[in-house]
Design a protein. Structure first.
Length: 255
């Protein structure tokens, strides 16, 4: 089959490494562009904080000076907040997110998102929160075990009281090498790696050499930096949603 302007990925094979349950929207976008999609989750998401701990953190935030913000930087962190009783547990707390995918995940669990920072970096969210006066109040940051500290540091420097709750961790999928080797042996044109933990899991399983000569598409400066540390040159999507990542794959694989 020949690629067309509406299906530029016809004849291309794309490996999607998102965690189980999170790959569907990206895979759908890629298939609509003509790609043959191989889904192999590289990482699994494990909860760390209990529902009680999350509710206690939300209650403690209400004891701080206003304005009170909940700032969420990933859809995994948003999903962990499903344990809250909304809107009651976030009464009096304003909600901010990095990027539309995270905002959408928060809305899916019933949160009213007031502020959405563009792009995929926490720096943009820090700028917008500080601009909204968060430096004179308090900010709750539920995040992953390996999350960068940039956002919290910026907010503390601006004068905010910052409450951090580690709510999940990412771990490599068991037997990942056994799953990946046949996929690479059959041929892969591009691979999507959307977090530093996915980068490290895949490279630990098959080595960076397996990715040489492929289009490696990622989201965000942190993930791009992780790939460059392994000698790879990533294609960095300008948007972190499924449509943006699929468009980056199509651009990288243009015939």
């Amino acid at each position: 089959m020949t690629a067309t302007p509406s299906r530029p990925l016809t004849g291309r094979r794309v490996l999607v490494t998102r965690a189980a349950g999170q790959a569907a929207s990206l895979s759908q976008e890629l298939r609509q562009l003509g790609a043959a999609v191989v889904e192999i989750p590289a990482i699994a998401i494990q909860p760390v904080a209990s529902a009680g701990e999350l509710r206690a953190a939300a209650r403690s935030l209400r004891g701080h000076r206003p304005p009170r913000w909940l700032a969420v930087t990933s859809s995994n962190a948003a999903e962990s907040l499903r344990a809250l009783s909304l809107p009651e547990d976030l009464a009096g707390i304003r909600v901010a997110a990095v990027g539309e995918p995270t905002a959408r995940a928060l809305r899916d669990i019933g949160a009213n998102v007031e502020l959405v920072a563009p792009g995929t970096g926490a720096g943009a969210l820090a700028d917008q929160l500080i601009g909204a006066g968060a430096g004179s109040g308090a900010v709750w940051l539920p995040q992953g075990e390996a999350a960068r500290i940039e956002l919290g540091e910026r907010l503390v420097q601006a004068g905010a009281d910052v409450v951090v709750t580690v709510c999940y961790r990412t771990v490599p999928v068991t037997g990942l090498r056994r799953l990946l080797i046949p996929a690479f042996a059959e041929r892969v044109d591009a691979v999507t790696l959307l977090s530093p933990s996915a980068v490290e899991a895949v490279i630990a399983a098959v080595g960076s050499g397996a990715l040489c000569g492929l289009s490696v598409v990622c989201v965000g400066r942190t993930t791009a930096a992780a790939l460059r540390r392994h000698g790879l040159t990533p294609v960095v999507a300008t948007r972190g949603d499924a449509e943006g990542v699929a468009a980056a794959v199509a651009g990288a694989l243009r015939w």
